[in-house]
Design a protein around this ligand. Structure first.
Ligand SMILES: [Zn+2]
Length: 83
């Protein structure tokens, strides 16, 4: 029984951080979105940041990519945990 871990949403110290937002249409989907990013994001795969979709036990998590590249300063996110 592999317990799947959610992508970590570390409260970033150096960046403006990330927000977790429920999808307006898909109740089982969450979005991890950069706060106050250079450009706006839309809730969906069509977002121009080319978000990554992760499977989770209770639904989907769509992790957006920041336009200001705050990830680079964060040494984050085990993106290879994709199912
Ligand atoms: Zn996005």
């Amino acid at each position: 029984m592999a317990a799947k871990r959610r992508p970590k949403d570390k409260a970033a110290k150096k960046s403006k951080g990330w927000d977790i937002v429920k999808d307006a249409a898909l109740k089982t989907r969450l979005h991890v979105m950069p706060i106050d990013d250079d450009y706006p994001h839309v809730q969906g795969m069509e977002c121009e940041c080319r978000p990554l979709l992760y499977g989770a036990t209770y639904g989907d998590v769509l992790v957006h990519n920041s336009y200001d590249r705050r990830e680079d300063a964060e040494e984050t996110d085990t993106h290879e945990e994709e199912l």
